[in-house]
Design a protein around this ligand. Structure first.
Ligand SMILES: [Zn+2]
Length: 318
């Protein structure tokens, strides 16, 4: 396949290339079937709770959602995006309690011989961003209860190594709180939704307890994310330090990777959040850091499906 927009090379045979994109997140597992134009043919979702974590339970959920999928004979590749670290299709995720989780068995149960790709969810967002909006060097920051990032260099789009996951949430930022990853002072302890929630209502909350019981805070999180609509002043106070930490992280990454655009996405990002973070960045650096707000526009399942199809093409040397 050629360089540039991959759309053209992926649209070889409209009816032939069905693909399946699955997102395994902390709140939902969703599966979407796409045709070769990446139009949605079918979508299924299952709500998950803290009792659904762990290798065995997540495997059952994937089995359950795959049972619902039609068009199985037409699906050529499967992409599965996880909140977690993925290496050679093996997943480790503190949030989902996955340890060296392999998908081979559950996928084989439903599809005899199929290419599948497990990937990180921010990686899927970066792919979707590139395919739908283009760009040369793209830095995607996914902000919410966790903070993830992925850098995509589209010059290399035809190779498997054009994306780099940055564990932004676990960059050292200071303070003395032990993070769920085991390190002290991770950015997530100081600048994620958790940090804002702590300042907003739960002074003594620990990040490990928060991650474990995230659904107990759903209402408070929703309230917090809309706070700026009712009290700009209050929101400014709560997010003041958070913007400083995020600004430091973004400026540092910018100086290393010089992305042409920085995409802000995720459940914790609002237009207010994006504007205020940009204002903070502009007040500090002379670097022309181009920030684009996407909110929840980016479709993780689509990004996962595209990535899997791309790998399928590379693997089979079409
Ligand atoms: Zn950490």
């Amino acid at each position: 396949m050629g360089l540039g927009r991959p759309k053209h090379s992926l649209h070889l045979n409209p009816e032939y290339w069905y693909s399946l994109g699955i997102k395994v997140g902390r709140e939902y597992i969703s599966a979407t079937v796409f045709n070769s134009k990446f139009e949605i043919l079918e979508k299924n979702s299952i709500k998950i709770t803290k009792n659904d974590m762990g290798n065995e339970n997540v495997s059952k959920l994937i089995d359950q959602i795959l049972s619902k999928v039609h068009h199985k004979d037409k699906i050529k590749s499967i992409g599965i995006a996880f909140s977690g670290n993925v290496n050679n299709n093996v997943v480790n995720s503190y949030i989902l309690k996955l340890e060296n989780f392999s998908l081979e068995r559950v996928i084989k149960k439903h599809f005899k011989d199929i290419d599948f790709t497990a990937l990180n969810d921010v990686e899927a967002i970066a792919t979707e961003e590139f395919v739908n909006h283009e760009g040369v060097r793209i830095l995607v920051i996914n902000y919410g209860t966790g903070i993830g990032a992925c850098y995509l260099n589209s010059i290399d789009f035809a190779s498997k190594n054009h994306k780099k996951i940055l564990e932004l949430g676990h960059f050292y930022a200071g303070g003395n709180e032990t993070c769920y990853c085991g390190s002290i002072g991770c950015l997530e302890t100081l600048a994620s939704d958790y940090a804002a929630l702590k300042k907003y209502k739960f002074r003594n909350l620990k990040i490990t307890d928060f991650i474990e019981n995230e659904e107990d805070y759903e209402t408070d999180l929703a309230e917090l994310r809309k706070l700026y609509e009712y009290s700009n002043k209050k929101a400014e106070i709560i997010y003041q330090d958070i913007f400083v930490y995020l600004t430091a992280a973004i400026i540092n990454i910018y100086k290393i990777l010089t992305p042409k655009k920085v995409i802000l996405t995720g459940e914790g990002v609002t237009p207010w959040f994006s504007q205020n973070l940009q204002k903070k960045i502009l007040s500090i650096t002379k670097d022309p850091i181009p920030i684009i707000y996407r909110g929840l526009e980016n479709n993780i399942e689509l990004g996962a499906a595209i990535t899997s199809l791309q790998n399928h093409i590379i693997n089979n040397k079409f």
